[in-house]
Design a protein around this ligand. Structure first.
Ligand SMILES: *Cc1c(COP(=O)(O)O)cnc(C)c1O
Length: 412
């Protein structure tokens, strides 16, 4: 069973004070999880998590993670600008982009960020644009499928990202000739992996590649970036990945592959997004209508513009009807938003307790790739975000959009 991170009373208080729909984040959960991650990887002295800004681009969240020792992973100009304004600089910033516009690349270079090149042609692109920094990272795509115990987990061959093995070697050679002194290797092969084998298996592949590239080109490998992809249990019957087991698995591969090759100084980096924030944010919404036609519908004041994952991916998000946790879940509902789009459904045929207009619903696990993916279709406005602090008080960390925000770019 999934339980919300705050009490019904606290959520009622938040709804009364700030209105709904609203995103609520749990500062304690975020900090404890970040500490758990850093502890698990503390065997590697150079370890650093670069939080994937795209997952939760909210300054207060970035600052909390900075206090916990994390850097940021940016993918665009505005994410770089936001990170700069939050106090991140130089090697606290990873720039993992693809099909990179010139202005974005220039900004990353200006900030002294680690630049992660997505393609072989980007070596020349970067060099012509603003020169090659001392340390450069290249993104690897091994092709094929990524499977665990004969089960296909994802399909790198169909992914647009990264370079082939041969291109990695050529890129390293060219970069060395252009003055690069040390290197990173990056790959992202599986999204939302809730099995513990993902990082250790990929790490081993990347460590082997690191040894191969070092031997073939003489390049000094400074870091291996395992990127994002560790998942969270969206379904109540799923188990959370165990970060201690995952980190120990990476350590074993490190000791077996890198250390014997004399590369025991390689730093491990991660760019987790979902794992860092997903469970520590929820979307609080109120039931405002009920409708009985061929199915039973509950209309809520949030819509897919506030949380796109169910509409876009058919993603499951657990729902708790506050105050009715123990009531029999004997109603079958579609919980829907107000968009003129029939995919605007937070739940389809979901067994829930009887919902009355006015009930508050917690949509779980929306702390990452939630508010961030919001949009303005149908003229809908994105909601506010509030932080539930460790002392139990609340702080508005993003105001809701207003009609003026919506009209700001329009030319009448
Ligand atoms: C999206 C992304 C991440 C974060 O992914 P999660 O699934 O949230 O962990 C990290 N690195 C890169 C390059 C990404 O595109």
């Amino acid at each position: 069973m999934k339980t919300p991170f705050a009490s019904r009373e606290k959520f009622e208080e938040i709804a009364a004070r700030y209105g709904t729909p609203i995103y609520v984040y749990d500062e304690r959960g975020i900090r404890e999880n970040a500490r758990r991650l850093n502890r698990a990887f503390s065997w590697n002295p150079g370890y650093k998590e670069y939080f994937a800004v795209k997952a939760t681009p909210t300054p207060k969240i970035l600052k909390i993670l900075k206090e916990e020792g994390c850097g940021v992973d940016c993918s665009s100009l505005t994410e770089l600008m936001m990170s700069e304004r939050c106090g991140f600089s130089g090697n606290e910033i990873m720039f993992s982009s693809n099909e990179t516009p010139e202005a974005d690349m220039k900004k990353a270079r200006e900030l002294g960020a680690y630049i992660n090149l997505d393609d072989y042609t980007h070596v020349k692109f970067l060099n012509d644009l603003c020169g090659i920094p001392e340390t450069v990272c290249c993104r690897f795509n091994p092709g094929g499928v990524f499977s665990v115990a004969n089960q296909i987990m994802d399909n790198p061959r169909d992914a647009k990202y990264g370079m082939t093995r041969g291109q990695m070697k050529s890129a390293y050679r060219d970069l060395l000739a252009l003055g690069a002194k040390s290197f990173g290797i990056h790959a992202f092969l599986v999204s939302n992996a809730i099995f513990n084998e993902y990082y250790p298996m990929m790490a081993r592949q990347l460590f082997e590649l690191a040894v191969e590239l070092h031997r073939a080109t003489g390049a000094h490998i400074e870091f291996v970036n395992l990127s994002g992809g560790i998942g969270i249990p969206y379904y109540p019957d799923q188990l959370s990945p165990n970060i201690d087991i995952i980190a120990a698995g990476v350590r074993e591969a490190y000791n077996e592959v890198l250390v014997p090759a004399g590369m025991g100084d390689v730093r491990i980096f991660t760019e987790l997004g979902r794992y860092m924030l997903g469970p520590y944010g929820c979307l609080l919404t109120r039931a405002i209508h009920e409708k009985h036609i061929y199915k039973e519908y509950i209309g809520v004041d949030a819509c897919a513009c506030n949380l796109m994952r169910p509409a876009m991916y058919g993603a499951y998000h657990h729902i708790t009807v506050l105050g009715k946790e123990d009531a029999p879940h004997d109603h079958l509902y579609d919980v829907v938003g107000s968009l003129c789009e029939n995919n605007d459904k937070f739940a389809i045929d979901r067994e829930l307790p009887e919902i009355d207009t006015g009930d508050l619903l917690v949509i779980h696990d929306t702390g990452a790739h939630g508010h961030a993916m919001g949009y303005n279709y149908n003229g809908k406005l994105r909601s506010a975000e509030v932080l539930l602090k460790e002392d139990g008080s609340t702080e508005l960390i993003r105001r809701a959009e207003t009609p003026d925000d919506y009209f700001a770019t329009m030319i009448f």
